[in-house]
Design a protein around this ligand. Sequence first.
Ligand SMILES: [Zn+2]
Ligand SMILES: [Zn+2]
Length: 144
Amino acid sequence: MFGIIIVIFCSYGEGFVTPSQDENTIVRIIAFLLNCFGVLVYIALLWVTCALCYLVREHSLANARRLALVQQLQGIPFGRLAINIEMTCAICMTNFASEDSVVQLKCDHRHIFHKDCLTPWIETPSIDRPVAQCPLCKKPIIAE
Ligand SMILES: [Zn+2]
Ligand SMILES: [Zn+2]
């Protein structure tokens, strides 16, 4: 757009000032370069628009993946896991009771959390965890 305006301005000036052949060539080259610059600005704007669309799409896909993951979480009573020692949920810092519904993640058999604690952890995205990840080791949470 800016380039086009310059070209129009230059061609107007041509007729008005009637520059010599050399000046005319220089003006044409400058107009051509400015025109190229205008095209580059267009390409940059197009690229920024595409990048924004991509980010918005990725964000909604990530949210869909989170919700799907929450649906697949299988809560089991802590007492049914073959664990004899006392363990604490790293999210709420409470010791597990044998009847508590817990989720054991695949990253490590000791990475166990209350289902009710892990669900909001997965559902709530944050800048430092764009994908659902284990609160302890930060590995991505894999569905069943
Ligand atoms: Zn908990
Ligand atoms: Zn883990």
